[in-house]
Design a binder for this molecule. Structure first.
Ligand SMILES: Cc1cc2nc3c(=O)[nH]c(=O)nc-3n(C[C@H](O)[C@H](O)[C@H](O)COP(=O)(O)OP(=O)(O)OC[C@H]3O[C@@H](n4cnc5c(N)ncnc54)[C@H](O)[C@@H]3O)c2cc1C
Length: 415
């Protein structure tokens, strides 16, 4: 006999938040949370930060203590793949052969790292970072290494470099962009982080495309298309991720051709009634942005997991939270960001960049499209409101307010 549950939650992090929210909202039906990984659902940000540096325990990253699931009547099956989903019959086949019937389902299957298939890609000591095991292996190899080469100038490459360097290991970043973190923050703001990293002794090779990894048994160098050889005892690659839509695709759910995620509506419901998506895999219609979004942020996965619970219970409200992202570079700079701004006409700085406390507003068509803050969280709430409400900041007075650190941004948000 197949197992029958009201709620089938597939994934890890976002699913755990969905389960907790369902219980908080008083849903008393059976909940089954199935995840491929061995650990109970956990947060990934520590894997490039305090966990990688050996400053936090594995359990610290767990969304809930392992005992929480039983205490709250949530059946947790870890180390179990959901092999297939029949969206019409509302059944799922699990690894091992068990079958589950469900009323509502959440697909929060996350993302997989992009693997760089160049010459030498099979050498030892080439690491990617997504799961606990990856972080464990990087730390173990880094403890023996004198120098690590990071491929990629986005947040994984930069954060891992910062973490390892802060522990005394030399690091070199090789990246296609000229300026670190510029893909998200633009060259001007990216330059601030780029200079911070180099001031801490991290070598950066910008404008370089990876051609090959070199080494005998393990990687000892990265070679670029321009002919540069950057030597190290190991490599960590941070070359972005792809949403894991395999299960959804096989089940016939609509996939967004542009961003690769599971196509969902404003309430996070997919193309099949009663089946929802959340987190890295979710391409949702954002009323706030007036466009489709798929975002790979911790906060978004958490909030969408919770929102999916509300939608499952029939609330039918749109998901309208402005995406938020945080990062630290070995605690050298606490950055926060709301957006996402994909392009902009103007960048307005607020505060003194030399002091290491500032905000940057990205303005597009006279509206705030995104904002970055460094050690300056108070601007973030205002930025969120300016973005969500589409406040007009095209005039000189508004721009002067945005750029003046002594001004009160409430003047813009309350008018
Ligand atoms: C090293 C690292 C650092 C990060 N740092 C930050 C940060 O500082 N700030 C920030 O905002 N974001 C950060 N992120 C991003 C953030 O962690 C993700 O956005 C978040 O984990 C997404 O959650 P999710 O639940 O959508 O997916 P995931 O956390 O990836 O969980 C999805 C789970 O589903 C499982 N799964 C997939 N298919 C199946 C299946 N068929 N059956 C069963 N299980 C399946 C996967 O194995 C996985 O365990 C970081 C990510 C990484 C990797």
């Amino acid at each position: 006999m197949p197992q029958r549950v009201e709620y089938l939650l597939i994934g890890g992090f976002a699913s755990a938040y969905c389960a907790a929210e369902l219980r908080k909202l008083g849903a008393d039906g059976d909940i089954l949370l199935v995840g491929r990984e061995q650990d109970p659902p956990y947060e990934r940000p520590p894997l490039s930060k305090e966990y990688l540096r050996g400053e936090a325990k594995r359990e610290d990253a767990y969304v809930n203590p392992a005992s929480w699931y039983e205490e709250n009547g949530v059946e947790l099956r870890t180390g179990t793949n959901v092999m297939s989903l029949d969206a019409e019959a509302r059944t799922a086949k699990l690894q091992g052969g068990d079958e589950v019937e469900f009323d509502k389902a959440l697909l929060a299957t996350g993302a997989n790292v992009n693997i760089l298939r160049v010459d030498g890609a099979n050498l030892d000591r080439i690491h990617y970072l997504r799961a606990f095991g990856n972080s464990d292996n990087i730390r173990a190899d880094a403890e023996k290494a004198e120098r690590v080469v990071l491929v990629g100038g986005s947040y994984i490459g930069c954060e891992v470099a910062a973490s390892l360097k802060s522990k005394g290991t030399d690091c070199a970043i090789v990246m296609m962009e000229d300026v670190a973190l510029s893909r998200t923050f633009g060259e001007e703001a990216g330059r601030w982080f780029h200079d911070l990293l180099t001031s801490k002794g991290i070598e950066i090779h910008g404008g370089e495309t990876l051609a090959a990894f070199e080494g005998d048994d393990h990687a000892t160098a990265v070679v670029t298309e321009s002919g540069k050889t950057i030597e190290g005892d190991m490599v960590v690659v941070g070359a972005g991720v792809k949403p894991d839509v395999m299960l959804a695709q096989r089940a016939g759910l609509e996939i967004d051709e542009e961003n690769g995620g599971i196509r969902s509506d404003e309430t996070l419901q997919t193309s099949v009634e009663g089946i929802y998506a959340a987190g890295d895999v979710c391409s949702y219609e954002s009323r706030v942005h007036g466009r489709r979004l798929r975002v790979e942020h911790w906060d978004v996965a958490m909030q969408q997991g919770q929102h999916a619970a509300h939608s499952m219970l029939g609330e039918g409200k749109p998901y309208e939270v402005v995406p938020y992202f945080f990062s630290d570079l070995a605690d050298w700079a606490g950055l926060e960001y709301v957006g996402p701004a994909t392009d902009w006409d103007e960048v307005i700085w607020r505060g003194d960049r030399d002091s290491g406390e500032f905000a940057v507003f990205y303005v597009k068509d006279g509206k705030v499209a995104g904002a970055l803050t460094v050690e300056s969280s108070e601007e973030l709430g205002h930025a969120r409101t300016l973005l969500a409400d589409g406040v007009d900041v095209a005039g000189d007075k508004a721009k002067a307010l945005l750029g003046d650190p002594d001004s009160d941004l409430a003047e813009l948000t309350s008018s």
